[in-house]
Design a protein around this ligand. Structure first.
Ligand code: HEC
Ligand code: HEC
Ligand code: HEC
Ligand code: HEC
Ligand code: HEC
Ligand code: HEC
Ligand code: HEC
Length: 364
């Protein structure tokens, strides 16, 4: 029904000149600029057939390969300097770790309400889940996308994490092994990377400038965003978490397996903001280096930050502690726990078993 009404609307718009007014109000933001998209609606809507299922293909005409873009320019659909700035989103989405825009088709529908409430329903992500093509603007990249819930109402999204929580927050259809990110980043947690608010720890000694735990000068950065960690491996590539060559759709490499060996590359993601010299110099946890680099005299390999830390947050422990269950086990007394002695005391204890080494508990 909607498609029929829509087809009629487009049909009349293309025939009668009066429709020009309707034109302008429907299409705003970057795509509404006639200097750039002279043929407005027709740049995306071809003839009578508005296929919603493959909307990304119409986007790739301009946000894909240079060959397709030139075709749009020749057809008079795209004009001006902005055309040369357009990045190739299609090639990002073809990278090994990506949002499944190309692989999952026909699940998205208009007016759907997310987070999903039906268990086991199919998951998806389309361009139009994250961008409203009639309204998107440089200043407000989420303009027109609704979903942030306030009580029973759904309001427009203004912050990136609100967009991500639509599908990675309290969704009834999260895949096995995937967790609710909204819970992990809650500012009432014992610890969390500072996305929604400044972090729980006021003294994070390893932070590199401009990052600080508390914003004191204008140049300080004390909150970060999902896309500081998730996005293109190419720093000069397009913004946004479309695709990456790194596992986890991360902007830099992060070895999560045990026993790989320490290097700038192995934990490149963390070392962007946390000084490697400080971490390996044991400025906070006095046994960081022993665990990360390993103990050569005992022929013990090092382990990943991932064995002890969660990259998002922890409702249970301070310092983002979360033991990787594939590596860390209960000790002989059946205990597996971390106890801190407050922030900035640099003392605590661990009860666990790891690589056959009993911590019953071990104090630091
Ligand atoms: C940049 C590409 C693009 C341009 C330009 C564009 N549209 Fe769309 N339009 C889309 C896509 C993609 C959808 C499907 C949206 C979805 O599935 O959520 C759509 C859907 C629609 C719908 C159905 C929306 C609904 O909520 O039922 C209408 C009506 C529409 N467009 C009208 C227009 C008109 C009129 C113009 C010109 C003034 C225009 N569009 C220009 C990409 C575009
Ligand atoms: C006819 C060419 C064309 C088509 C088709 C097209 N776009 Fe665009 N898009 C542009 C241009 C030009 C810009 C402005 C780029 C600039 O100013 O740097 C832009 C900008 C954007 C932006 C970025 C806003 C910002 O922060 O700069 C998004 C997001 C976007 N388009 C999404 C889409 C989606 C989704 C579709 C498909 C539904 C689509 N576009 C289809 C030409 C197009
Ligand atoms: C419309 C739904 C939707 C939205 C909005 C969304 N995602 Fe996703 N995301 C998915 C789906 C579907 C997958 C595939 C795996 C799954 O089902 O969780 C995925 C996968 C991911 C992955 C894992 C990729 C991998 O290869 O390991 C990351 C990281 C991710 N998304 C981050 C984000 C971030 C950051 C945002 C906000 C900017 C976001 N997502 C917004 C649907 C969404
Ligand atoms: C400090 C870096 C960092 C930040 C900030 C960050 N992530 Fe992640 N994220 C990671 C790492 C590392 C992994 C892979 C390891 C893992 O699964 O814990 C990951 C994995 C994921 C996954 C795939 C695993 C799963 O549970 O589905 C999703 C989805 C995801 N992140 C979403 C988000 C969202 C949404 C935000 C912002 C609200 C965010 N991340 C912020 C580092 C980060
Ligand atoms: C984009 C910058 C950024 C990246 C990348 C990053 N961090 Fe952080 N991290 C921060 C900031 C800012 C804080 C300060 C939060 C606070 O004040 O509690 C922090 C705090 C921490 C804390 C202390 C939290 C607490 O409550 O005591 C740990 C542990 C941590 N990060 C580990 C990691 C690990 C492991 C990685 C790699 C997977 C990583 N970080 C990647 C910016 C980053
Ligand atoms: C899971 C959500 C998600 C999906 C799916 C998605 N994007 Fe994005 N995209 C983002 C985010 C987040 C940004 C960064 C916005 C910002 O911070 O400016 C972005 C940025 C962009 C930009 C601007 C890049 C730049 O460097 O200025 C374009 C263009 C774009 N997306 C087009 C697309 C197209 C076309 C598709 C589908 C083929 C698509 N996106 C699918 C989330 C998404
Ligand atoms: C064997 C477990 C373990 C491993 C592996 C580990 N950490 Fe830690 N880390 C801790 C503990 C415990 C603390 C809390 C120390 C305290 O009480 O102050 C900590 C504290 C931190 C802090 C907060 C204080 C500071 O230094 O700024 C950061 C950041 C951090 N770790 C980053 C990392 C990174 C990055 C890696 C990997 C390169 C890593 N950790 C590997 C156990 C570990």
């Amino acid at each position: 029904m909607k498609i029929i009404i829509f087809s009629i609307a487009v049909f009349f718009m293309m025939l009668c000149p009066v429709a020009a007014k309707f034109d302008n109000s429907m299409l705003q933001g970057v795509h509404g600029d006639k200097q750039i998209l002279p043929k407005t609606c027709r740049a995306c809507h071809r003839g009578m057939n508005m296929s919603i299922r493959n909307e990304e293909q119409s986007c790739f005409n301009c946000h894909g390969s240079p060959v397709k873009r030139q075709r749009m320019e020749s057809a008079g659909m795209l004009r001006g300097a902005a055309a040369n700035r357009l990045a190739n989103i299609e090639s990002e989405l073809r990278k090994p770790y990506n949002h499944p825009v190309l692989t999952i088709q026909g699940v998205h529908y208009q007016r759907e309400i997310l987070p999903e409430t039906i268990v086991n329903s199919a998951r998806h992500s389309e361009c139009v889940d994250c961008h409203e093509p009639h309204l998107v603007s440089r200043e407000q990249p989420y303009r027109g996308i609704s979903g942030k819930r306030v009580g029973n109402f759904s309001t427009e999204i203004t912050k990136e994490f609100e967009l991500c929580y639509k599908c990675h927050g309290p969704s009834a259809n999260l895949p096995a092994g995937s967790t609710d990110k909204q819970l992990e980043f809650r500012p009432t947690n014992r610890s969390y990377h500072p996305i929604e608010a400044e972090g729980a720890n006021a003294h994070v000694i390893s932070l590199k400038s401009p990052y600080t735990a508390r914003k004191e000068r204008p140049e300080d950065v004390s909150t970060i965003s999902c896309s500081d960690c998730h996005g293109s491996d190419n720093a000069a590539g397009p913004k946004g978490p479309h695709g990456s060559i790194y596992r986890g759709l991360l902007v830099a490499n992060y070895d999560m397996d045990d026993g790989r060996g320490e290097s700038t590359h192995a934990y490149a993601l963390c070392y962007r903001c946390h000084d490697r010299t400080s971490i390996l110099g044991d400025e906070s946890f006095p046994y960081h280096s022993l665990h990360i680099v390993g103990n050569r005299s005992k022929n013990q390999p090092g382990t990943s930050c991932f064995s002890c830390h969660d990259a998002h947050g922890s409702s249970r422990y301070q310092f983002l502690i979360r033991f990787n269950a594939d590596v860390v086990e209960e000790n002989m007394a059946g205990k597996l726990e971390f106890k801190a002695q407050g922030v900035a005391t640099r003392h605590g204890s661990c009860a666990l078993s790891c690589h056959g080494v009993e911590h019953e508990p071990k104090n630091y």
